[in-house]
Design a binder for this molecule. Sequence first.
Ligand code: UGA
Length: 424
Amino acid sequence: MEREPIGVVGVGWVGLVTAACFAELGHEVWARDIVPEKVDALGRGDVPIHEPGLPELVRKNAERLHFTIDMGDVLDRAELLFVCVDTPPTYSGDADLSRVDAVLGELGDSDKHALVMKSTVPVGTGRSIRRRRDGIGYVANPEFLKEGSAVEDFMHPDRVVVGAEDGSAGYADRVEALYSPLGAEVVRTDVASAEMIKLASNAFLATKISFINEIANVSEELGADVREVARGMGLDDRIGPKFLQAGVGFGGSCFPKDVQALKQLAGNSGYHFQLLTAVVEVNELQKRRTIGKLQKHLGSLAGKEIALLGVAFKPNTDDVREATSLVLAGRLAGEGANVRAYDPVAGSKATDMLAGARIVESALEAVDGADAVVLVTEWQEFRELDWTGQVKSRMRMPLVVDGRNFLDREALVGAGFTYEGIGR
Ligand code: UGA
């Protein structure tokens, strides 16, 4: 295998996974971030995010992983620069590309470096960069990593997308070669199509979730069980079983942002993407439906004690961006409820974000004296709680809203709980 020095610009979650995994594949990696504390911590082997397997990989490959705040260190050593900076949404829903522009500025007039764009960018970004920097090497190489299984996803990708125009074909070949040990199918295409593959994939998965959530809502009215429905649908090869779990809505730093970005891009080009408008709307309503379920059993929520189990937007991550817990805490506070929230890892990150809620140290502390428990995130720990013993005896009212259809309904009902799931 050809080994070549790799530059990574932006050591957030994507950048760190990319850097660590390329190092694991045997390459020297120079990874640059503008936050000195982060660079220092990583240099000591301290990984600032919760991602299974990542700290081990960083420590194991410490010799090949060089963290720096100096872009010069990277430019001196590597020609391929994997750009992994944030592209957060602006208030209009467009992506904020100022960090990508800053990287471009630092590159100066260099003609020996190529940008390999991993950050999620609007379709047309590559074209605009090449127009502004005539002749610059540019490869679109979107990431498809899921938080919580990012290392695994990097090492065993469903596909690798490499988009380039003719002038950058040589760079694209080198990028392709870096992934060849992984044995995945490579989709070699033009830059705009590569950019669109990323946004369309996320938007499609989000659509799948909003679709099954609406099926769940209708199933509640018509007496079907959405889990049975999803199982029956998922066995159809053309549909597939994944991303058909009904719940309290999708969150995270990607789906909400990317759906909005694609919708906005379409709008900017004069096309009204109707379907995505609905996907977002359904998701916002889904996040709030729990309130109605609580009111159905408790009447007014004023003064009621509500326990939220799970704060992170999904299990195995400490990420709370766009998490349903934040919306729920805000709505519950608005209704006058007292909210206690617990998360195995994300609690401390959410202290200032959970409106009016108190973050506690254990699930049992959260349920103590509660009129209802709402399971927001399906952490394994919550399944293993002693529901029929310790939990039940601590609650004032044995009411559970299981926002992920995660708990054993029969056991709970058998023990005297009132159980509300999603779509059943
Ligand atoms: C998502 C994509 O799955 C990745 O492929 C992509 O690389 C990433 O965004 C990104 O663009 O960076 P991620 O946001 O980490 O990954 O999380 P997912 O596992 O996709 O879950 C997203 C949300 O959907 C979570 O809130 C989850 O609870 C929800 N979800 C997922 C459901 O409600 N039902 C499902 O069946 C699946």
